[in-house]
Design a protein around this ligand. Structure first.
Ligand SMILES: [Fe+2]
Length: 430
């Protein structure tokens, strides 16, 4: 597939996903009340289109602004988060959809009409699509936060993925030199190996040998922690964890509820009995850290995680440099309802399962720029999260396949448990 065909096909898929995440919402659901971790769906639509308009239609094709009076509205770093809910501030659904449709169709026409695209044009296209993918995922977690129905294109709650009997065990990652991140692009070849600025410049790192779990922490694993009253036992909670727990009092993870002695969890608008084989999701960094303290384990560093996913050959994906999206839980295929032992065919070179998809994974790293970091054209994509967030890796069941790769760095604030994040653990360093 040429880069032009790939761009057009990605635009179409992500466009369809975003619309399907909005079009089945009722008027009442569209008028969602203020909630800190989400955006109003209509704002997500206009904001995604604005990136296409700003960087491609205006920035590359020199078109006049379509509705310049709304620029501040769609720029996330101008409009305060709470203002996005104000009635009369954000335009209505029909006019926003019409702006969105106009922008996406015009972008498509430009890209399709050329016989050959320039490197800059492809890169800008990759950039705005990747940005829209992030907002597709945030629309999915908005549904989880709000208790809305599962996305229509998801098989969530009805996973056909087989649970294998492979026992959960650690795999050994040998000591050695591993490549982290993405090399700085050659002059005029930015689109060859697309990444955001936070993955560049790549570098080599020496790691001692370590042992990491082949699977994600499962609901069953975490249930043992909950049943051991670990939420109430101070010895497992760090200073930051204890502070978070005081402000977010709970004795079990978000969306868990005990009914008549049995644990249930909520997925979107459905309650289901806990299936211990499925991955744990919606867990804060502090809960992940407390679990590790309880279990005598530790979180991997982001470099250990990446080495375990990429192997000595620095692969882009766990099984090679090309992805077969069907080998993972991505794009809401199962939305986190495939067992942690599923997809053995896409194990990493060292035998780790589901390094891509299923759940974003907490690492022990504070999210920081790599040495030699250069800010990209959109100055706020990474910089505002540096030093306050933690690095998460691997993508979740709600992540678009075109967004994710082994080197991808997501930043989530350690307090967050609303997003599709879980973790895997390492054996302690003796
Ligand atoms: Fe954004």
């Amino acid at each position: 597939m040429s880069s032009q065909e790939e761009l057009l096909s990605n635009i179409d898929r992500v466009d369809q996903r975003m619309l399907s995440l909005i079009e089945d919402l009722s008027e009442e659901q569209l008028a969602i009340p203020y909630e800190r971790g989400i955006n109003p769906p209509i704002w997500e639509l206009g904001h995604s289109a604005f990136f296409y308009e700003y960087f491609l239609l205006r920035g590359f094709y020199n078109q006049a602004p379509i509705a310049p009076e709304l620029d501040d509205m769609w720029d996330s770093f101008v409009i305060p988060h709470e203002e996005r809910w104000s009635p009369g501030v954000v335009p209505g659904f029909e006019s926003t959809l019409s702006y969105y449709r106009d922008v996406i169709d015009q972008t498509r026409e430009h890209l399709a009409s050329k016989t050959e695209l320039t490197d800059e044009e492809v890169y800008l296209g990759q950039y705005v699509i990747a940005h829209q993918c992030m907002h597709v995922e945030s629309l999915v977690w908005c549904r989880q936060t709000s208790g809305f129905q599962a996305p229509v294109y998801s098989r969530s709650g009805n996973s056909g993925a087989p649970a294998t009997t492979t026992p959960t065990e650690d795999v050994e990652v040998p000591a050695g030199t591993y490549f982290i991140g993405v090399p700085a692009p050659a002059e005029g070849r930015k689109s060859d190996n697309f990444s955001f600025d936070n993955e560049r410049p790549g570098f080599e790192i020496e790691l001692p040998d370590f042992r990491i779990s082949s699977t994600l922490v499962s609901l069953g694993d975490f249930l043992a922690f909950v049943e051991d009253d670990a939420y109430t036992r101070e010895e497992f909670w760090s200073f930051g964890g204890a502070y978070w727990l005081r402000n977010n009092p709970r004795t079990a993870p978000a969306y868990w509820e005990k009914r008549d002695g049995e644990w249930w969890i909520r997925r979107f608008d459905q309650w289901e009995k806990i299936d211990p084989t499925l991955p744990l999701l919606h867990i804060s960094y502090w809960e992940a850290e407390a679990y590790c303290n309880w279990a005598g384990r530790r979180l991997p560093s982001e470099f250990e995680w990446e080495a375990a996913a990429r192997g000595a050959e620095a692969l882009k994906f766990p099984t090679g440099n090309f992805m077969t999206a069907g080998d993972y839980d991505l794009d809401c295929r199962f939305a986190g309802t495939a067992p942690v032992t599923a997809f053995p065919e896409s194990a990493s070179p060292f035998g780790c399962l589901q390094m891509i998809g299923s759940a974003w994974e907490w690492t022990s790293n504070q999210y920081l720029p790599f040495d030699g970091f250069c800010v990209d054209m959109y100055a706020y994509m990474s910089t505002l999260q540096f030093a306050t967030h933690n690095t998460c890796k691997g993508g979740s069941g709600a992540t678009d396949p075109s967004l994710i790769r082994n080197s991808y760095r997501q930043a989530y604030h350690p307090d967050r448990s609303d997003v599709f994040v879980g973790f895997r653990t390492c054996a302690p360093v003796i």
